[in-house]
Design a protein around this ligand. Structure first.
Ligand code: M6R
Length: 321
């Protein structure tokens, strides 16, 4: 294959964005992530050298199904990442990687997302392996880090309870902004989507580097901002760059909650609260980072007396256009 195109909708598309960082970094393959409903009507350039990865919890999302049918008609191979045994997407694809998250009853995607991100990381490692894109020792190191994640997820679920206290604090917020950088950017967008869905609060996720290009104009006294802070070990001084963003928004009155790595001393002085998560490899961190954001959305919804399992106007599976 010469390129990968990931098609999905909503939260599944954010899992795809996270997979993109890992596939490009580890397997050295070009990846595009497309919202399925945009992809199918855009006359996209795909051929037999394209691997299309379709991510869907339900496997019945009409737009994702139609995008994969388009891809197959144009000669691409389709790999489904699906949580539902025997779903239409799984049956129509050339291969399927089941996420085995178990039935997800609530409308909002939570554990399914964690499993989708993990599946994306596994695909990235597999592609890196078969393409010989990384030394075997590096792949082994990354694989071992991945194996440590279940215990770290358990730890994170306990830590994320801090997020529950934030429900009362922010329940009257009119808008909440989320900032992330690199693989933390799709995490930020997912945090915003979860808050919209569950708590009916306007929320936007931004790439932290984009702040000065517009979004900083939104920062006013008391504006809540959740920041996903890269590990101090992340390359390219990303941690320091995001800490600098935090200082900028703090100076303009933002109330900042940071999601940072345990042991990171750089943020505590500039924020209202830090939620410290277990340390892991940079590209694996989203598996943990999405959890306190899910708890935060649930806490705000609960504080507002809303039904977190059945939000208004939403269906679990969107089987029409
Ligand atoms: O079943 P799918 O994964 O294809 O569903 C895709 C989206 O409809 C879904 O992720 C939606 O965005 C969720 N409500 C998010 O919590």
């Amino acid at each position: 294959i010469s390129k990968v195109v990931i098609v999905a909708c909503g939260t599944a598309a954010y899992a795809g964005e996270i997979a993109r960082y890992a596939i490009e970094k580890w397997a050295r393959l070009s990846v595009a992530v497309e919202l399925a409903h945009e992809f199918r009507y855009r006359d996209p350039v795909i051929d037999a050298g394209t691997l299309v990865i379709a991510i869907s919890q339900s496997g019945e999302t009409m737009d994702t199904l139609m995008a994969t049918r388009y891809a197959k008609e144009h000669g691409a191979k389709v790999l489904a990442v699906c949580n539902t045994q025997g779903a239409t997407l799984a049956r129509e694809s050339d291969a399927v990687l089941y996420t085995h998250a178990g039935p997800e009853v609530a409308v909002a995607s939570t554990k399914a997302l964690v499993a989708q991100i993990t599946a994306g990381l596994l695909i990235a490692l597999y592609l890196a392996d078969v393409r010989g894109a990384q030394p075997a020792a590096e792949l082994q190191r990354l694989g071992l880090e991945l194996l440590k994640l279940p215990a770290k997820v358990t730890e994170t679920i306990a830590i994320a309870k801090i997020g529950e206290q934030l429900g009362e604090t922010f329940k009257d917020a009119k808008s909440v902004l989320f900032l992330g950088r690199n693989v933390g950017f799709p995490v930020a967008m997912e945090g915003a989507l979860k808050l919209k869905e569950l708590a009916y609060i306007h929320a936007e996720g931004f790439a932290a580097g984009e702040l000065k290009h517009g979004p900083i104009a939104l920062i006013d006294q008391g504006q809540p901002v959740i920041v996903i802070v890269p590990s101090p070990n992340a390359p390219d001084s990303l941690n320091a760059k995001v800490v600098s963003n935090i200082q900028e928004i703090r100076a303009r009155g933002a109330r900042v909650i940071a999601i940072a790595e345990q042991g990171d001393q750089s943020v505590a002085d500039f924020v209202e609260q830090v939620i410290y998560l277990p340390s892991t490899e940079q590209l694996l961190a989203p598996v943990l980072q999405v959890i306190p954001l899910q708890v935060f959305a649930m806490a705000l919804a609960s504080a507002k007396g809303l039904d977190v399992d059945q939000p208004r106007n939403l269906a679990k599976s969107v089987t029409v256009e």
